[in-house]
Design a protein around this ligand. Structure first.
Ligand code: SAM
Ligand code: SF4
Ligand code: SF4
Length: 376
């Protein structure tokens, strides 16, 4: 592995940069579905259930910043399962059909199965069950897959950046063995948390040599491997454009060994571009957040561990919904406060950065919340 030296940027703690939403005095008649200033609906809610993680992936939580002195959120700041479910119910009435639990590492949150059971009881206004998924580093999956499935989780996405044990241990930076994650994936498939999606963040010069080994491993397995461009998310990982391997090059490398054909998206707003192996080996995806920004269809909102609503992965300010939950407002009032927030949304960070020269670095300075806090 030829890992490029990291230039770590000190953390400007933006967790407290938020505003308390205005609750309108007159409640509008519930309109249900929302649309933002670019005509994008609200469909997907990502809920961060913890800002803690047992890994220190260098593109997400560099160990130099997230060290033993780093102050994670205290327990009293975290939304309770009842608070999360209450907000989720309001968001579902506003059009959310899909909930993804994330973090930090969501499987570190105690009794997560209880939350999943509570969320699995929710239905869309049309009476359909929600699509409930979870993104995990897989370290605890072998132990928990069965209870997660029994609680009502439908699918999992597992992050896996290398098949080679030394490269994997180097990237998670806590010496965690790849074999344990591979076992977690197998157990998830066995209990029916399928199809399992595998997310590989590709960093040029660090793990791009693992693209083909991972593809060979997961072909014909039923799992869907997705290659994610290394993003300039957060402000601490020292992101540089020359460490991004464009998805077009990922596809070219794969095509050289396995012929692929592009296939249609499953639904509008899907982040991954889908490809199918011509020999029937299954499908893969590429998520080109850097080289082919897809803000135009972005229907995702994020709820941080302490109940702040973020409208974009690259936002620098959240909307403090916990203040409303703990301020004795009724559900109708909170719903009426959330509506105008989404309706005023104009975020399209990745498209703006894509229009800058390649060596410009992240757009808008270094004031962005960390992904481990906001939820990936
Ligand atoms: N800990 C869980 C995990 O790793 O799957 C969930 C949280 S993590 C923040 C969610 C996803 O974000 C992971 O798939 C991770 O690889 C991805 N991610 C984190 N930092 C990233 C970056 N700088 N660029 C691209 N993807 C990133
Ligand atoms: Fe933890 Fe996931 Fe971030 Fe890695 S990507 S440090 S596993 S939160
Ligand atoms: Fe959505 Fe923001 Fe990402 Fe664009 S940059 S796709 S608006 S989260």
């Amino acid at each position: 592995m030829t890992d490029t030296p990291r230039k770590i940027i000190p953390l400007a703690d933006l967790r407290y940069a938020s505003r308390v939403p205005t609750v309108p005095a007159l409640l509008p008649a519930p309109t249900g579905l929302l649309s933002d200033t670019l005509g994008r609906p609200l469909r997907d809610l990502r809920i961060s259930v913890t800002d803690r993680c047992n890994f220190r992936c260098n593109y997400c939580m560099p160990s130099e910043v997230f060290d033993k002195n780093y102050a994670f959120l205290p327990q009293s700041s975290l939304l309770s399962f009842e608070e999360i479910t209450r907000l989720a119910t309001i968001f579902v009435a506003h059009g959310v059909e899909k909930i993804r639990l994330t973090g930090g590492e969501p499987l570190l949150r105690k009794n997560l199965e209880v939350l999943i059971e509570m969320l699995a009881r929710l239905q869309t206004p049309a009476g359909k069950p929600l699509d409930i998924t979870l993104t995990t580093n897989g370290s605890l999956l072998a132990k928990k897959a069965r209870s997660l499935k029994d609680a009502g989780l439908q699918r999992v996405t597992v992050s896996l950046d290398a098949l080679d044990d030394a490269i994997f241990r180097g990237m998670n930076d806590v010496d965690f063995p790849v074999a344990d994650v591979l076992r977690g994936i197998e157990v998830a498939q066995r209990v029916g948390l399928a199809p399992v999606k595998i997310n590989m963040v590709v960093k040029r010069g660090t793990n791009d040599g693992e693209i083909l080994p991972l593809a060979r491993h997961f072909r014909h397995s039923g799992a869907v491997l997705r290659f994610i461009e290394y993003m300039d998310v957060g402000a601490t990982n020292g992101w540089r454009m020359d460490e991004v391997l464009p998805s077009s090059q990922v596809i070219a490398r794969l095509q050289a060994e396995f012929p692929l054909v592009a296939i249609d998206p499953n639904y509008s707003g899907e982040t991954a571009e889908r490809w199918r192996y011509l020999d029937g080996g299954g499908e893969i995806g590429v998520i080109s957040s850097v080289t082919q920004a897809f803000c135009g269809e972005c229907n995702r909102a994020r709820l941080s561990t302490e109940g702040k609503l973020f409208l974009c992965l690259f936002a620098s300010q959240g909307h403090d919904l916990r203040a409303l939950l703990r301020g004795n407002y009724a559900d109708a009032q909170i719903a009426a406060a959330i509506g105008p927030i989404w309706q005023a949304r104009s975020d399209r960070y990745s498209e703006i950065r894509a229009a800058l020269p390649p060596d410009a670095g992240p757009a808008g300075g270094a004031k962005r919340v960390e992904m481990s806090y906001i939820g990936g």
